[in-house]
Ligand binder design. Structure first.
Ligand code: ADP
Ligand code: MG
Length: 238
């Protein structure tokens, strides 16, 4: 059974139709990558799943429950953005624990959760540093820690690596893959990078102008593209 299911999802901003009837689903523990050119609607789709944007019509369900009208905080989802602003005056531990602190979780419990996440992300030695004392990759790891500590049912990533240099991007890609294998969380991941899509995904959705062009495994998409756009975009052999 699909864990995250999207049915005939439409989203318009005023008169502009951005998502034109998207159907997608991903099983529990799956890694769905949304790929497509800039402006095709990837972030909008992710934002509707997170509840940051209201949908125009259609439906989104998570774990069998329709979430269309639920506030982001009620969706059991955590999101990692491209620009992962950390609080500059807080240490790494404080950055990771801040969300729990404002929800009134006691310090001992916060510290235990922070330690666990730090171990997973291998940032235990950095917990007392300020963001200015971290490399780009370390900062991105802290941003992931903030999402991870919430132990969400679904993780959403919006081009989390696009601000990093090429070498680091490859390292972090490996890290995200390892994290997914270890934790088994369901992930929806946006990128415009075809290689990133091919290496991370269990399923790929290729979007163009708010229309789903193809949905399938990386091998299906690459070897049997539905149309010229998909073939060209994914660099399939011709
Ligand atoms: P992508 O993430 O694939 O680059 P987006 O989802 O950000 O694309 O944007 C898809 C289209 O929707 C773009 O044409 C963009 O200008 C438009 N759009 C996104 N957000 C808004 C908004 N809040 N108001 C109006 N138009 C928007
Ligand atoms: Mg985007």
């Amino acid at each position: 059974m699909a864990f995250l299911k999207i049915d005939n999802l439409r989203k318009s901003f005023g008169k502009v139709d951005v998502l034109k009837g998207i159907d997608l689903e991903i099983e529990e523990g799956g890694f769905l990558v949304l790929v497509g050119p800039s402006g095709c609607g990837k972030s909008t789709l992710l934002n509707t799943i997170a509840g940051l944007e209201a949908i125009t019509s259609g439906s989104i369900s998570i774990n069998g429950k329709v979430v269309n009208d639920l506030h982001p905080s009620q969706r059991d989802i955590a999101m990692v953005f491209q620009s992962y602003a950390l609080y500059p005056n807080m240490t790494v531990a404080e950055n990771i624990g801040f969300g729990m602190e404002i929800r009134g979780i006691a310090k001992a419990e916060r510290d235990a959760a922070i330690a666990k996440v730090a171990e997973t992300l291998q940032i235990g030695a950095l917990l007392n540093r300020k963001p200015s004392q971290l490399s780009g990759g370390q900062r991105q790891r802290v941003a992931m820690g903030r999402a991870l500590v919430r132990d969400p049912m679904v993780f959403l990533f919006d081009e989390p690596l696009s601000n990093l240099d090429a070498k680091l991007r490859v390292d972090m890609r490996t890290e995200i893959k390892r994290l997914h294998q270890r934790m088994g969380t369901t992930i929806v991941y946006v990128t415009h990078d075809q290689i990133e899509a091919m290496t991370l995904a269990t399923k790929i959705a290729v979007l163009k102008d708010g229309v789903l062009q193809q949905f399938g495994t990386p091998a299906e998409i690459y070897n049997r593209p539905n149309n010229l756009f998909v073939a060209d975009f994914m660099g399939s052999p011709s």
